[in-house]
Design a protein around this ligand. Structure first.
Ligand SMILES: [Fe+2]
Length: 191
């Protein structure tokens, strides 16, 4: 099944280095990312690839989706706050020196993305962190279908966040963004 080959370069052209799945998982283990999170990223990766295989209306790079999903939570080795996305991007870009496209996938996966203004509020380097490429959008959305390894609906995912942080304006705005993202991806799957 050629879709699952690691050297499949269909869709967005890859710039820079993309590790293999084995290499990516080994890095997570060496950085002592918890087993729960490793299992979570693998579940997200499977879901993301499922979306990718169903998308017919746009070219998708499977390698970026798969490895991007596996590395999306790498920042959790240092933080479990919103900043884990930015930290993940930095680790991928500056320490591992992997493709900028992988760094972007990690950076833009939080909720439905974060605006420059929101980033400022959270003390993050002020810039927009919205998923833009189809690969960024797929990983961001696939992540929202999981609480750990348990697959949930977007509704349930946000219910859980509301219970933890309150049904605040920021989370309500985020929910709308994720719902829009879901519509965007579903339109690509069923044009
Ligand atoms: Fe995640």
């Amino acid at each position: 099944m050629h879709y699952f080959e690691d050297d499949d370069l269909s869709g967005t052209a890859v710039i820079g280095y993309i590790p293999s799945k084995t290499e990516a998982i080994k890095i997570l283990q060496e950085m002592n990312l918890s087993k729960n999170i490793v299992n979570h990223v693998l579940a997200v990766s499977r879901k993301a690839i499922k979306f990718a295989t169903k998308i017919s209306a746009a070219p998708v790079n499977f390698k970026l989706v798969r490895i991007g999903a596996i590395l999306h939570d790498i920042g959790r080795v240092r933080s479990h706050d919103y900043d884990h996305a930015v930290i993940g991007g930095q680790i991928i870009r500056e320490e591992l020196k992997f493709s900028e496209q992988l760094a972007r996938i990690a950076e833009t996966h939080i909720l439905g993305g974060i605006s420059k203004e929101e980033a400022k509020e959270f003390g993050l380097p002020p810039k927009d962190y919205f998923p833009e490429s189809v690969e960024e959008k797929i990983v961001c959305l696939a992540d929202k279908y999981f609480i750990g390894v348990q697959q949930v609906s977007i509704e349930q995912r946000f219910k859980n966040w509301f219970a933890r942080y309150g049904e605040n304006e920021f989370l309500l705005r985020s929910k709308k963004r994720v719902e829009d993202l879901e519509i965007f991806i579903y339109k690509l799957m069923f044009p």
